[in-house]
Design a protein around this ligand. Structure first.
Ligand SMILES: Cc1cc2nc3c(=O)[nH]c(=O)nc-3n(C[C@H](O)[C@H](O)[C@H](O)COP(=O)(O)OP(=O)(O)OC[C@H]3O[C@@H](n4cnc5c(N)ncnc54)[C@H](O)[C@@H]3O)c2cc1C
Length: 375
């Protein structure tokens, strides 16, 4: 039985993984939810991502894991390959949603967003595009929020789910730094080679490459470029540059390389992390997802944390008599787990750069086991 009995209205800033999941979890508990999303349309960039065991477990609680598995590609093993192209061990991932179901799923980002959007809309969440928040003011038990279209709302809860740069975090008076780790990560969608039924990771002399299936017909290649300054390349240079970086790898990567030339979607992003120390809320305003904790992609778990946040936020609000108390309980429950993940992902990035791949693999394995603990 929920203990919070006040007005159940929420405004969420950002319709990414964190915002949409929180909206679904709140709407399931009879909150009236509106999302302000700055992007004018639903379009999402087209690379893939990995839904780890904890992500699938949280999605399962929301009734969405089966759809993600059906539309994505279930995997349960990571195969490591050394610099000579020889097998260097396998990690069998914990199966958190049952022995008969896969441990993880690769999925295209637009597909995950479509699934989350459809569920949010089915539950009555209003997603408003081309809209952001310009001011937040706590007034008694409610928060007054001003929006960029000149309108305002009075709501019981404001959640900043607007990503690593999070303007909402600043509006709430919460500040954190963004750290760059000397790595740029590449992603490219390619046709799935028949042998790619699990995740493969290839250690190189300087960089690391991997392949993750995301459907019966598609996979994404990832490459981590070590020891480089942050920079932006023109779109036309992305595919040829990635192909050049892949030249250094033997074996199966040589087979993947020509596939990149037909990729319509090559992206290159800096590895940046952040963790918000201290409070995650001010009164009835809170930050969730990357706005509170953004790990390096090495653990493929930023979206998992964002999905868990939505679920735990709704649970803790349901357990407490006031929104403020619910938010404090939410942050206290989430902080240790999210801090461990951010710090471990940075340690893995450092080991990769030092070419200490065996130690990095052991840490990845240990961290997946730790994250198998309940959220
Ligand atoms: C290259 C790369 C690969 C990754 N791979 C994985 C992976 O395999 N598995 C995994 O779990 N994680 C992965 N991650 C991490 C994952 O993408 C993030 O942790 C996750 O997307 C965070 O979700 P979020 O909703 O908090 O933020 P975001 O996904 O950044 O969404 C924020 C939303 O807020 C909107 N927004 C921004 N500013 C405003 C504003 N002022 N007003 C209104 N709306 C706003 C944005 O348009 C966006 O829709 C990867 C990250 C990167 C960079």
């Amino acid at each position: 039985m929920d203990s919070y009995r006040g007005v159940r209205t929420a405004l969420i800033v950002g319709a990414g993984v964190a915002g949409l999941t929180a909206a679904i979890a709140l709407a399931r508990r009879e909150w009236q939810v509106e999302i302000a999303e700055v992007n004018p349309s639903k379009a999402t960039s087209g690379w893939g991502l990995c839904l780890t065991g904890p992500a699938l477990r949280a999605l399962d609680e929301l009734g969405l894991a089966e759809t993600c598995l059906a539309e994505g590609y279930g995997v349960s093993v990571i195969t490591h390959v050394d610099v000579e192209g020889e097998p260097a061990g396998e990690v069998r991932l914990p199966r958190l949603i049952g022995a008969q179901r896969p441990a993880m799923a690769g999925i295209a980002r637009p597909v995950l967003h479509r699934i989350l959007y459809a569920e949010a809309e089915r539950r009555g969440v209003a997603v408003r595009h081309g809209l952001t928040v310009t001011a937040v003011d706590q007034q008694g038990e409610l928060v007054r929020v001003q929006l960029s279209d000149g309108t305002d709302r009075q709501v019981a809860l404001v959640a900043g789910a607007d990503g690593i740069r999070s303007p909402a975090r600043s509006l709430l008076g919460l500040e954190t730094s963004l750290d760059y780790h000397g790595q740029m990560v590449w992603r490219a969608l390619v046709p799935r080679p028949l042998w790619a039924t699990g995740i493969h990771q290839f250690a190189g002399k300087a960089d690391t490459v991997g392949l993750v299936p995301i459907s019966g017909s598609q996979a994404y290649v990832f490459l981590t470029e070590n020891g480089v300054e942050q920079s932006v390349l023109p779109d036309a240079e992305l595919a040829p540059c990635l192909q050049q970086l892949l030249e250094d790898f033997p074996g199966r990567v040589a087979e993947i390389r020509p596939l990149v030339s037909v990729s319509e979607s090559v992206v290159r992003r800096p590895v940046r992390t952040s963790f918000l120390e201290g409070a995650w809320n001010r009164g009835n305003g809170v930050v969730i997802g990357d706005a509170a904790h953004a790990p390096a992609p090495q653990m493929a778990s930023g979206a998992a944390l964002a999905i868990e946040d939505g679920l735990v936020l709704a649970q803790e609000l349901g357990r407490h008599a006031s929104v403020g108390a619910g938010l404090e309980a939410f942050a206290a429950r989430r902080m240790p787990r999210c801090r461990t993940l951010v710090e471990t992902s940075v340690a893995i990035a450092d080991l990769e750069q030092a070419q200490r791949h065996h130690e990095a693999h052991r840490l990845v394995d240990a961290c997946h086991r730790l994250m198998a603990e309940p959220a």
